[in-house]
Design a binder for this molecule. Structure first.
Ligand code: SI3
Length: 289
């Protein structure tokens, strides 16, 4: 369960339906070209929170079929509808997913006891492992070291996807929990997680730039930090442009330029601005994507 996990992009058509063939191509791109160690399915990058329950199940099924056991699979099942989270967790567990993950419940200001109940319920009902998905910038939930500790007491909580820039907290977690899996979540800050001893990383840009992410992680593990920094600099030149042009739209456009039917984003996400296509083509050649 260690290494580079792509937060899988999902291609949609103009009506918001999943493009199955395109999804299969994106899965193959990740496994065969980017050589990732695993896939994080139905996360933010998969536009999960805009999909129906049936669509989420369809993605879980297609990924499991296309993967054929090649790389590790993590199913993100978090939802503020706990019944849905449990149903998705059972579905992914039956498909053989290696672990579940769930975003901290959002929108309402849930208390920590409520958050703990949410994770315990998913674990108890599915009997699968759980990776906490902490992304305070989008959920508004910043958990303290003590709160992580309370969740980590449950042995089925095997780790955390830490999409946060609080590297002090990450260092404290690493020191205290050498046996829990810690994945960093911000691709542009991968090196800081890597020098703090993370086990892996989960990110959207790995769909097109996974090889460089793997190099950064491996070089840090080999104490070659200055070489890793060079690759992080190149990576961040790329990510900076992608963020300016629109994150998921541009990642899909890059995939399309390389011959993959990556579809469009689900509405209300804006469409990709076609006036910028030449610039994206240049990114593909400059960064050898
Ligand atoms: O699917 C997912 O859950 C993620 O990809 C989470 C991941 O942390 C990404 N965050 C978001 C909100 O997309 C990052 O990979 C992020 O896209 C990247 O660092 C660019 O900022």
């Amino acid at each position: 369960m260690k290494g580079i996990f792509s937060a899988l992009l999902v291609p949609f058509d103009e009506s918001g339906d999943i493009k199955e063939q395109g999804l299969r191509e994106i899965i193959r791109q990740n496994i065969d070209k980017q050589k990732v160690d695993g896939l994080y399915v139905n996360g933010s990058s998969g536009e999960n929170f805009m999909m129906s329950t049936e669509q989420k199940k369809e993605v879980f099924r297609i990924v499991s079929e296309e993967n054929k056991g090649k790389v590790k699979l993590i199913a993100q099942v978090g939802s503020i509808n706990l019944n849905e989270a449990v149903a998705l967790g059972k579905y992914a567990t039956d498909l053989g997913y290696d672990s579940l993950s769930a975003v901290t419940p959002f929108y309402y200001k849930f208390s920590f006891d409520e958050i703990k109940y949410y994770y315990e319920t998913i674990i108890n009902e599915t009997k699968n492992n759980m990776i906490i998905y902490a992304i305070p910038a989008l959920t508004g939930i910043s958990m303290s070291l003590d709160q992580f500790e309370a969740l980590f007491q449950n042995e089925n909580v095997i780790g955390v996807k830490f999409t946060d820039g609080n590297f002090y907290l990450l260092e404290r977690l690493r020191k205290k929990y050498p046996n829990k899996l810690i994945y960093s979540g911000f691709d542009e800050m991968l090196i800081y997680g890597a020098i703090s001893g993370i086990d892996g990383a989960i990110g959207s840009t790995f769909n097109i730039n996974g090889k460089r992410a793997k190099q950064i992680l491996t070089l840090c593990q080999e104490d070659q930090v200055s070489k890793a920094y060079e690759i992080q600099h190149i990576t961040n030149d790329l990510i900076e442009r992608i963020l300016d042009l629109g994150l998921y739209q541009t990642l899909k456009e890059i995939l399309k330029i390389t011959g993959i039917d990556a579809g469009v984003c689900k509405k209300p996400f804006e469409a990709f601005n076609f006036e910028k296509r030449a610039e994206v083509k240049k990114l593909v050649s400059t960064f050898n994507l």
